[in-house]
Ligand binder design. Structure first.
Ligand SMILES: Cc1cc2nc3c(=O)[nH]c(=O)nc-3n(C[C@H](O)[C@H](O)[C@H](O)COP(=O)(O)OP(=O)(O)OC[C@H]3O[C@@H](n4cnc5c(N)ncnc54)[C@H](O)[C@@H]3O)c2cc1C
Ligand SMILES: CC(C)=CCC/C(C)=C/CC/C(C)=C/CSC[C@H](N)C(=O)O
Length: 526
């Protein structure tokens, strides 16, 4: 990420691993060259393709998955195809801000990893500015005491870390680095236009049986097998799972690794809010946004101009002005398919498209402007609390997952210079709404309180079977990838994959789907 035009903000997540990278004298996360942008963004399919291009494509959902899908569909299918994006709520979906005393703060997806190359490409292409996360000071609270507190002195911190956990931080860093190295192969595959027809197939192409196996084990089992101590798992790994996914170390190993990579340094976000990426992607891809809720999808035969029958999908949707229908050649579903989150039915398909009863985790984000109560965290009431992020261990008596000081999404209002001990805006993750009594316990004093409720991400319970990508001949589902791991970049990867898959299946390019041995094949093609 270039430094020019980059602001800094408190992010509400501790850079546990980043500090270790610095300790090792490592440069932190590597910057891998993004493959050159395809030059054919607005061109049609290449010569020699016999089948006529599709006329109209539908994308359901204008979160990061749906909007990046419309970007990649435009890139692949060319300038003439009509792309309609349906959205029943706000563009951005789970990328959303809340307003606290006149400033906007990230309430959903907030931090982006420096090696998330799709997100990086988008901000560059869309000419958006980025904000670097400021590494604050992290503490771990077990419900009685702070079992670990960071110091602002680098050397003291390192001594503390080694004293408490030996060299396990270093080993953890190397473990994550190895997984990220393999994960990065997706960018090369996608830049060469390769696609996958299942999430498991995609993961296997990246890291073989090791990656698919991670879906069947908990992160706890993976790390225990790798020899990490109980203390390290309880005091470091568990809090990282709680702050990022609101769950315990019983989540699958792959999402666990993604969660740990979310404690790296160098995280960033988009100035003005991450949802800006979605808004701009929609414009850039010249898609038509339809503000309405898709109710059902049905396969229909329609007549072409030459008189022959052609199969299409009829999408029925509800807008403020009533119920409408339209026909599409290809449909991409970019929202979790369950009753609570999208409520889309597939009518008269034979065999029927299965219903997904997958449980999404309930999470509440509470924003409070106030001053923390040191005594709640086991300190003297008069002690000054210098921490900016307090994570928690697995204790049933605890009513919060984490509490972190945050900055507004607009750079000019950055609170960086404000001391952590004073009044600040704090973001709390909890599984339920906090009561007045609980807020009074957490804060010595506070004024405004804003809350937002989410069905945030899958409730992970390995062994995990990801839902299919191909729901029907030309209906594709993006959000199955969330069952491997839910993150902005994962949705963008799924979107690029679905656009490539839809394109290759439309034109019959079977050699571009589920190719075996891609890593070896592309290693020699520089
Ligand atoms: C609190 C929280 C914190 C997070 N933090 C991070 C983070 O720091 N970093 C990170 O990378 N990820 C984070 N995530 C995860 C990330 O936000 C999601 O993985 C990602 O935004 C999912 O995007 P999506 O487009 O796939 O789905 P969504 O954003 O859910 O988009 C789906 C869209 O479809 C619309 N829709 C649903 N049904 C219909 C219908 N019938 N008709 C029309 N429209 C419909 C919805 O309104 C929605 O806008 C976080 C998530 C939450 C909730
Ligand atoms: C997909 C890869 C390789 C990396 C993504 C790493 C990443 C940014 C993980 C974070 C995932 C997540 C769901 C975080 C939620 S909370 C984030 C933050 N702590 C906050 O306070 O909002």
């Amino acid at each position: 990420m270039e430094d020019a035009g980059v602001g800094r903000a408190r992010r509400g997540s501790p850079a546990l691993l980043g500090r270790v990278a610095a300790f090792r004298g490592l440069p932190g996360p590597r910057l891998t060259l993004l493959p050159p942008l395809p030059l054919l963004l607005l061109c049609g399919p290449v010569l020699g393709e016999l089948r006529a291009p599709p006329e109209k494509l539908a994308v359901i959902g204008a979160g990061i998955g749906g909007t990046s899908a419309s970007y990649y569909l435009r890139q692949k299918f060319g300038k003439d195809v009509k792309i309609h994006v349906f959205e029943r709520g706000k563009v951005g979906g789970r990328l959303a801000t809340v307003n606290v005393e006149g400033q906007d703060y990230e309430a959903g997806g907030s931090v982006i990893h420096p090696l998330n190359l799709h997100m990086k490409r988008f901000v560059k292409e869309l000419d958006l500015s980025t904000v670097q996360s400021v590494d604050g000071l992290m503490g771990i609270y077990n419900g009685e005491d702070l079992v670990f507190e960071e110091s602002s002195w680098f050397i003291i911190n390192m001594i503390k870390l080694v004293w408490h956990y030996g060299f396990q931080f270093l080993r953890m860093h190397m473990w994550i680095e190895d997984i990220l190295d393999k994960f990065m192969r997706i960018y090369r595959y996608q830049s060469h236009d390769y696609s996958f027809s299942s999430v498991e197939g995609l993961l296997h192409a990246l890291g073989g049986d090791e990656f698919t196996g991670m879906l069947n084990r908990t992160i706890l089992q993976s790390l225990q097998k790798a020899g990490f101590s109980e203390k390290f798992l309880n005091e470091i790994v568990t809090p990282a799972m709680r702050v990022n996914y609101g769950q315990s170390t019983s989540i699958n190993g792959f999402v666990g690794a993604v969660s740990l990579s979310g404690t790296d340094s160098g995280l960033w976000s988009v100035e003005g809010g991450n949802k800006r990426v979605c808004e701009e992607l929609l414009q850039f891809s010249k898609a038509l946004l339809i503000s309405g809720s898709v109710m059902h999808i049905e396969e229909k035969a329609r007549m072409t101009q030459t008189g022959g029958p052609k199969k299409a999908y009829e999408v029925t949707y509800k807008t403020d002005s009533g119920i409408n229908k339209d026909l599409y050649d290809i449909v991409l579903v970019a929202t979790p398919l369950n009753r609570k989150m999208s409520n889309i039915t597939f009518l008269n398909f034979d065999p029927p498209i299965p219903e997904f009863h997958q449980y999404y985790h309930h999470l509440v984000t509470t924003f409070v402007h106030g001053r923390l109560n040191a005594s709640f965290f086991g300190l003297m009431a008069t002690d000054s609390l210098h921490l900016t992020d307090i994570l928690t261990t697995d204790n049933p008596n605890l009513f919060i997952n984490s509490i972190s000081q945050v900055s507004p999404v607009k750079r000019e209002a950055d609170l960086q210079s404000k001391p952590a001990t004073g009044s600040a805006v704090w973001k709390i993750f909890s599984s339920e709404f906090l009561t007045k009594e609980q807020l009074n316990l957490l804060f010595a004093s506070h004024d405004s309180v804003q809350e937002k409720e989410w069905l945030a991400y899958p409730h992970y319970k390995p062994p995990e079977k990801c839902p299919p990508i191909i729901l029907h001949d030309r209906i594709y589902y993006l959000n199955g990838i969330e069952w491997a791991a839910s993150a902005m970049e994962m949705s963008a990867i799924a979107a690029h994959n679905a656009a490539l898959l839809a394109y290759h299946r439309w034109y019959g390019n079977t050699e571009m789907i589920d190719q075996e041995g891609l890593y070896e094949k592309l290693k020699t093609e520089l």
